[in-house]
Design a protein. Structure first.
Length: 114
């Protein structure tokens, strides 16, 4: 059974940092491109960071230079380090395969506010 469990969200002031983690089970993690997605109220879910099995990374323009995606294939964990957070980063953050093939987890709420 596939399970994706996101954690690490919270309330942070503008300019602050958070590190999100995604624990994956029931998949062959090491062969999958993984992505971090986010969905703000009233908006569609969007891909913000992507990492291939060989750790090539890509980022949405809106987070480039501030967010860093990484993976630990031994632990089946994908992480997202978020620095320089802005109010517009407020959203529920999810992880999934890059092609969104797995059932979505519950996500983790990130709120950036003073």
């Amino acid at each position: 059974q596939v399970r994706l469990v996101e954690s690490g969200g919270g309330l942070v002031q503008p300019g602050g940092s958070l590190r999100l983690s995604c624990a994956a089970s029931g998949i062959i993690f090491s062969i999958r491109s993984m992505g971090w997605f986010r969905q703000a109220p009233g908006r569609e879910r969007e891909l913000v960071a992507h990492i291939t099995p060989d750790t090539t990374t890509n980022y949405a323009d809106s987070v480039k230079g501030r967010f860093t995606i990484s993976r630990d294939n031994a632990k089946n964990i994908a992480s997202l380090q978020m620095n320089g957070l802005k109010a517009e980063d407020t959203a529920v953050y999810y992880c999934n395969a890059g092609d969104r093939r797995y059932p979505w987890g519950q996500g983790t709420q990130v709120t950036v506010s003073s």
